[in-house]
Design a protein around this ligand. Structure first.
Ligand SMILES: *[C@@H]1O[C@H](CO)[C@@H](O)[C@H](O)[C@H]1NC(C)=O
Ligand SMILES: *[C@@H]1O[C@H](CO)[C@@H](O)[C@H](O)[C@H]1NC(C)=O
Ligand SMILES: *[C@@H]1O[C@H](CO)[C@@H](O)[C@H](O)[C@H]1NC(C)=O
Ligand SMILES: *[C@@H]1O[C@H](CO)[C@@H](O)[C@H](O)[C@H]1NC(C)=O
Length: 400
């Protein structure tokens, strides 16, 4: 298996467990009880060691997407029948509503070195996603994904804008950062920024730097933060050099409890992964858990900083299936379509009303994650891997 995939994915796995660890702290804070904390902490320990052994992975981060394991990017209609000669002429699916603030999206085939992302595949995705939201967030810029998404928006003429991304590695002397900066820059030069909302530098960089287990504001963490801050500054310089018609905000995304204060002071926005599933919360309680965690751990601390960076939920969702029985449940949580429906019903419109910016995780099941890691990892989509809507009812309310 490709080591880059394994690496980024096992890193992502840790982020989930960090969220759990933070969940323990939160539960303690709000006094739910020591017993719960202990059982959550126990669950926290085994996957971490599995990661160390290199055989558990995961990824709710979709850090760089992936080629489908069948190796095919052939578009299926996914409920929208497109006119092959005019991507802007496609039939709408009455089951879909523009209720989501945003969606987390990684095109099929966005992982180096395999790549393989194709314009027809991205066009089909954009046609569907434009019926659910006006905003996407990407995780990286490898495999031309920034250009592909902006080209697809251009050809489909849909009302969709994007937070583009640069997936920074901590240990490659800036190679991944620079490569993506340059492809991103070329895409911005080609397509302009009418459909670009911001530039996210780093995905779970601090989590990865700290190997999942340290204070994000320790002296060691600040050493890592300095690498990321230099890249953030470099990105601002790149954007300035383009003489764009508007100043794009520059932010970062990380695991919920891994925001370093110096990084937050250097960005315009932060995007935070907040997953109730991995905190052993049941579906009925998941939305409330996410709202509380996000407010306490991200919004309140960020608001106290002089620059008050805007905080978003980078990822939140609920898995519908597991490839093995052992991972079908996590405490009282059950991976199920019913669970996803409950989370949709209790999170989406409520977050919209509360003015919370969030990117639902995720648009479609990423088959490569199931093939590599099993468990619930490949089963977080609103749509299955072939872009068929799962048997769910999409909430119908206005997103901000
Ligand atoms: C859209 O595509 C359909 C099916 O190909 C075609 O019948 C229709 O004329 C097209 N509409 C426009 C405005 O081009
Ligand atoms: C992707 O990258 C290539 C090479 O850099 C470029 O020629 C092409 O136009 C880009 N965009 C799309 C949408 O493929
Ligand atoms: C967010 O947390 C702060 C600080 O604990 C609290 O004062 C505030 O009421 C909370 N807001 C919401 C919407 O829960
Ligand atoms: C759920 O996962 C199992 C195991 O991979 C698979 O056999 C089954 O088809 C999946 N169910 C659905 C609805 O995709």
């Amino acid at each position: 298996m490709d080591s880059a995939i394994r690496k980024s994915s096992s890193r992502a796995r840790r982020s989930m467990w960090i969220t759990i660890g933070a969940g323990v702290v939160l539960l303690a804070l709000i006094g739910i009880g020591v017993g719960v904390g202990v059982s959550v902490a126990k669950k926290n320990s085994s996957p971490k060691s599995a990661v160390a052994n290199g055989n558990a992975g995961a990824s709710t981060d979709g850090s760089s997407g992936g080629s489908t394991s069948g190796g095919s990017n052939a578009p299926s209609d996914g409920g929208t029948v497109a006119d092959p000669n005019d991507p802007s002429n496609f039939s709408k699916d009455a089951r879909l509503h523009k209720s989501f603030y945003g969606l987390a999206y990684t095109p099929d085939g966005s992982i180096m070195p395999d790549c393989g992302a194709t314009l027809p595949s991205v066009i089909r995705d954009v046609q569907i996603m434009s019926q659910l939201t006006t905003r996407l967030r990407l995780y990286g810029s490898d495999c031309n994904q920034t250009a592909l998404v902006l080209e697809a928006i251009k050809q489909t003429k849909v009302d969709l804008s994007v937070y583009v991304g640069n997936y920074v590695e901590a240990d490659d002397n800036g190679a991944a950062y620079q490569r993506q900066r340059d492809t991103m820059k070329a895409a911005l030069q080609t397509y302009g920024v009418d459909h670009v909302l911001g530039v996210t530098v780093g995905n779970e960089f601090m989590l990865n730097y700290l190997n999942g287990g340290d204070d994000p504001n320790s002296a060691m963490a600040n050493t890592g933060a300095a690498i990321l801050i230099a890249d953030i500054k470099d990105t601002r310089d790149m954007l300035t050099s383009l003489n764009l018609p508007k100043t794009l905000p520059v932010g970062t995304s990380d695991a919920g409890s891994y925001f370093n204060t110096e990084v937050l002071e250097a960005v315009d926005y932060g995007m935070s992964n907040v997953h109730a599933w991995f905190a052993s919360v049941d579906a009925a309680g998941a939305a409330a858990w996410v709202f509380d965690f996000f407010n306490e751990t991200n919004v309140t601390p960020a608001a106290a900083l002089a620059n008050s960076p805007k905080m978003y939920i980078a990822e939140t969702g609920w898995p519908t299936n597991s490839s093995d029985v052992a991972h079908e449940t996590n405490g009282p949580g059950t991976a199920s379509v019913a669970g996803l429906q409950t989370f949709l019903d209790t999170f989406v419109c409520q977050a919209n009303s509360a003015g919370i910016g969030y990117f639902f995780f995720e648009f479609f099941d990423e088959e490569w994650k199931d093939a590599l890691y099993g468990g619930v990892e490949g089963w977080w989509g609103l749509f299955d891997k072939d872009r068929n809507l799962k048997p769910i009812t999409i909430p119908n309310c206005a997103s901000p």
